[in-house]
Design a protein around this ligand. Sequence first.
Ligand SMILES: [Zn+2]
Length: 162
Amino acid sequence: MKMSDLQLCTHCQSEVPKKATVCAYCRRDLNHKWYKKIQFSTVVTFLPFVLFVGYLKGWFEPEFSNYQDDFKTTQVNMLKIPDVQGNRLIFKIENTSDVKWENLSYELVSTKDNNIVEVEAGNQRAWVIQPQSASYLMVDSLNDVNGASWQLNIKNLEVPLF
Ligand SMILES: [Zn+2]
């Protein structure tokens, strides 16, 4: 037997074949690395489970951070809310990606003379935008500052699970 086919038993230091799992001299288990004990059949059994969990957890889904440049947001309307101090804003959001998105998280920033006068974060779970299309979003702003302007920043979108 060649030297390269041999290993030293971790218990009695005897030379035993590399493929041996039990030492021929002291009969104790040979200290193999844990990952060498994983059998192919085990991997095949658990792979579908791992893939299913990955699917549910969105490991294979597109991340919005990689698609941010595919979105364009423009304010199309502003209405006074009757009897309430504030404004109702309508934004048009265009999606030039080939992906359908939902569950919008946004940040509404209101400025006047380069000063931020209001920041409001929100989430619209039912909001959906199809690939290569546009959707509208209605957001209420409590800020009633004369001459203020608003900017809607999309913070996150998700890909539908099914
Ligand atoms: Zn031994």
